[in-house]
Design a protein around this ligand. Structure first.
Ligand code: NAP
Length: 321
């Protein structure tokens, strides 16, 4: 294991929050180090058209936007390393950060921008067929369902976007939603309802994902009517689960105050977490808005707050040295 290196500010996570924090902190001459993990770019890497990130009259591609953010962060001097953080020790100062590579770092301040991960239904067949017909990412796996029938589960923006994307590839898309209306934005719903190869099974939940063993693959799903309990079976070659996201807050569980739903608790109007010197930005801390632009805004706030906090610590640190 290499000797630990000390940093003033380490940003963990490379989505819109992390990159924006890196841009602001680098321009404030804090010399931040970003640890970007194995999947830099976050959820926008598995998004196609982005129409609501301000500044672009035409739709842009999620991966392109993230590449621009990375280039901008590097351009202003942020250092970005593709280390995956496995443990954080926040009870000691400086904070200690352990990486998958075996490397250990220490840091005076940390910006946690680890985002959120797709939720799963956790029902029979799901784990068995993951990667063999069950997916949480249409842009990653949709290609395998050309001319086939797929189910999309959920009623939020993610589900409707996944269904729209899949309707361009698959022969038929069946959206299964547990209520009788979508929570997704109206503009997306209208687009979906206009697609001739999309049907919606309202008030329905999946009880079991069905498939065969040899070769391993999905053949359909057993649906339960949420009101009557009646069971039906539908044939399908794939099931895309799009029921929302859970915050990636495992690294700080038991060390930072979390909300009951697992999001990092921050002080009102601030990104400051419950341990001084730790700031949380983006989807790991935001259970309300969860947009790329709000994540970027929170990343900006976190960098400004971290910079001020570090400046306040400087005299004490100098006296101790
Ligand atoms: P979401 O808005 O939380 O929607 C999750 C959907 O899944 C809901 O319709 C929910 O049903 C359903 N659901 C949850 N648990 C379920 C279960 N166990 N079984 C069956 N259905 C279940 O999540 P999201 O769609 O991923 O969106 C997350 C955030 O990202 C939102 O703020 C969204 O606006 C944003 N987002 C924005 C865009 C965009 O702007 N283009 C794209 C994607 C996501 P109920 O409706 O009954 O609760």
């Amino acid at each position: 294991m290499s000797a630990s290196v000390h940093e003033r500010l380490v940003i963990i996570g490379a989505g819109p929050a992390g990159y924006t924090a890196a841009i602001y902190a680098a321009r404030a001459m804090v010399n931040p180090l970003m640890l970007s993990g194995f999947e830099p770019g976050g959820q926008l890497m598995i998004t196609t058209d982005v129409e609501n990130y301000p500044g672009f009259a035409e739709p842009i591609q999620g991966p392109w936007l993230m590449e621009q953010m990375r280039l901008q962060a590097e351009h202003v001097g942020a250092r970005i390393e593709s280390e995956y953080v496995t443990a954080l020790e926040l009870r000691q100062r400086p904070f200690r950060i352990r990486c998958d590579s075996g490397r250990t770092l220490t840091a005076d301040a940390i910006i946690l921008a680890t985002g959120a991960k797709a939720k799963w239904l956790d029902l029979p067949g799901e784990a068995r067929f993951k990667g063999f017909g069950v997916s949480a990412c249409a842009t990653c796996d949709g290609f395998f369902f050309r001319g086939k029938t797929v189910i999309v589960v959920g009623g939020g923006n993610s589900a409707v976007e996944e269904a729209l994307y899949l309707s361009n590839i698959a022969k038929e898309v069946v959206v299964v939603h547990r209520r009788d209306s979508f929570r997704a934005e109206k503009i997306l719903c209208e687009r979906l309802f206009a697609r001739p190869n999309v049907t919606v099974r309202w008030n329905a939940v999946i009880d079991e994902i069905l498939g065969h063993e040899n070769p391993l693959g999905v053949t359909g799903a057993r649906l339960r009517d949420a009101r009557t309990g009646a069971l039906t079976t539908i044939d399908a070659d794939g099931v895309f689960v799009a029921i929302g996201h859970a915050p990636a807050s495992e690294l700080v569980a038991g060390q930072l105050a979390l909300k009951p739903n697992g999001y990092v608790e921050t002080k009102p109007g601030s990104t400051a977490a419950s341990v001084e010197g730790v700031f949380a930005a983006g989807d790991v801390a935001d259970d309300v808005f969860r947009q790329a632009v709000t994540a970027a805004g929170l990343g900006c706030m976190a960098a400004l707050e971290a910079e001020r906090w570090l400046a306040l610590q400087a005299p004490a640190r100098a006296a101790a040295e």
